[in-house]
Design a protein around this ligand. Structure first.
Ligand code: BDR
Ligand code: CA
Length: 312
């Protein structure tokens, strides 16, 4: 069964990824070994409490949650209150969780669990990549220690969601992302090109709102704020639940189609810092840059129905 080490910046769509995983964790189909948090949507201490809160609300306890990097490697920190709310969960006034973060940092936890479970874990990263980059610096053999690394991030043909070109998880720490893409571990990248294809509409949100589980109720409440942010972006009632798609593809890669290409991050562009690129030439000389599996197509209907079913 899949054994997942999560790295997140919980965050409304991160919370939806957790709510999607929760029933699978409870039935024992998925093992959520641990989670770590990073700056991004919110500060990592806040993200850790949010992660615990959402898991507890869904009836999942005893998952160790470690706080990670509070800032990017080479730029000022910047959070995303306008999309996720100042508390990261849509400002609905959720109380404190019962659990508390553990005493080691998220990058240390990544290294420790990788060493203890070589070749066994899937690292699912749905926030900026600072913790992964720090872990790579701490343990140079790390790329050989994971079964797979699934990352929500980047935009290729699709427009960016922070700048015209850059996607948030990459833009929040481009240097970290560049280290991660150069490292040579088995990465699957889930960019905006596919997450935006899975946008769910008002009818989907209404079906969710009619749900009677605690998960459906929590999801409905936190999605109100998110839907407002997306109305400004999309002009309609609908949301893009990026991180849940990455979680689903981590469990069921057959829902996607992939291009295998080396990926680079623009670090110096005047207008394009934080943009992900692949060389578009058919026979590009990629030097020694390792290839990455980039999702280019997904089974949209299955994603929408399976996510909804997991929440109802
Ligand atoms: C990504 O950025 C964050 O705002 C979301 O949680 C998601 O991980 C989408 O670009
Ligand atoms: Ca996220």
């Amino acid at each position: 069964k899949p054994r997942i080490l999560l790295d997140c910046d919980t965050g409304i769509d991160d919370a939806l990824a957790l709510l999607y995983l929760a029933p699978l964790i409870k039935t024992g189909e998925v093992d959520l070994v641990a989670a770590g948090t990073v700056h991004g949507n919110v500060a990592p201490e806040v993200g850790a409490l949010n992660t615990l809160r959402v898991l507890e609300d869904a009836g999942v306890r005893d998952v160790p949650v470690a706080v990670g990097a509070a800032r990017p490697m080479a730029q000022a920190v910047s959070l995303a209150a306008e999309v996720h709310g100042s508390d990261g969960l849509g400002e609905i006034g959720l109380g404190d969780p019962e659990g508390r973060p553990i005493g080691i940092s998220a990058p240390e936890q990544i290294v420790r669990l990788a060493r203890e479970n070589p070749g066994e874990l899937t690292l699912l990263a749905i926030g900026p990549l600072t913790n992964l980059a720090i872990a790579l610096l701490l343990e140079p053999a790390l790329p050989r220690m994971f079964r797979e690394v699934v990352i929500m991030g980047g935009a290729f043909a699709h427009q960016g969601n922070v700048t015209g070109h850059a996607e948030a998880n990459i833009w929040h720490d481009p240097e970290a992302a560049e280290l991660v893409f150069a490292a040579g571990w088995p990465i699957t990248l889930v960019p905006l090109d596919v997450t935006h294809a899975t946008v769910v509409d008002g009818e989907w949100l209404d079906r969710l709102a009619a749900g009677e589980t605690d998960r459906a109720r929590l999801a409905t409440r936190i999605l109100v704020f998110y839907a407002e942010a997306y109305r400004r972006q999309l002009g309609t009632r609908g949301v893009v639940i990026h991180d849940a798609l990455a979680a689903m593809l981590a469990l069921d890669p057959a829902l996607g189609e992939y291009a295998t290409r080396p990926v680079r991050v623009e670090l110096r562009g005047e207008h394009t810092r934080g943009t992900t690129l692949w060389d578009r030439r058919l026979h590009a000389d990629e030097g020694d840059r390792p290839p990455v599996k980039v999702a280019v197509n997904v089974d949209v209907e299955t994603f929408r129905e399976r996510l909804l079913a997991s929440l109802l």
